[in-house]
Write a protein of this length. Sequence first.
Length: 256
Amino acid sequence: MGWQDVDILLCAAAALRESRCRSQLTDRSEAMLIAHAPNVWSVHHTFKVRGLTISSRMTVLRLDGRLWLHSPVPISGRIRQALGALGPVAWLVAPSRAHLLFLAQASQAFPDAKVWVAPGAEGSDTVPRKGEPMDAAALQQWAPSLKGVLLEGMPEVNETLWFHVPSGTLIVTDWLQWWRGDLPLATRLWAHAMAVRHGPGVSRMFRHLIRDPAAFDASLSAAWTFPVTRVLLGHNAELDAHGWQQVVRAHSGPGR
């Protein structure tokens, strides 16, 4: 796989080059809120980039009566109304440098919301000026209900994991993927190439972006201790407690 191919895949995942992808996006969905647990919802948004159909999940948490939006998707009038029925949107979180594509639009939809972005993303032209990078203190500002972990050792991505304690929900962006179900041919081929078609795992592209495996493993160690009952993946799928235990057994060792 050459660097040009990697660039296309990153673009297709709304990754590190959103400004180059933006003119080639084709919206393919009208999203709806899905309830997963008390105070936990998500919205799936499906769209095309360079002919590849992909999906992205926005997770919504209600914390002390206010809404926390993880990896925002386009905010239609229908979604704005549904969110308004749950509470005021107080926080917008861009959980990695790879998930910024719809952040500015969400910030316009909710101008009073605080915008937090993964470290290094604050310089992107898709990040509102008021966006602030999440340091160690920012990651824990919603504790004890919500705990954040920065996956270190991959500065081009700087993904953050989030664990919602009351519901046992782990919120993942790209670290784990599982492109399951009835997908278009191009998307199935992409998932096969990335080794994430037949079960949850770490994609080949994600592994390629890990620059310091020791730092990555050390930061990820916190996730293995969480009492997880469900995992909401950033793309296409979710895992129950049994599925999470399979991931733990397969990936929790050093260098896995």
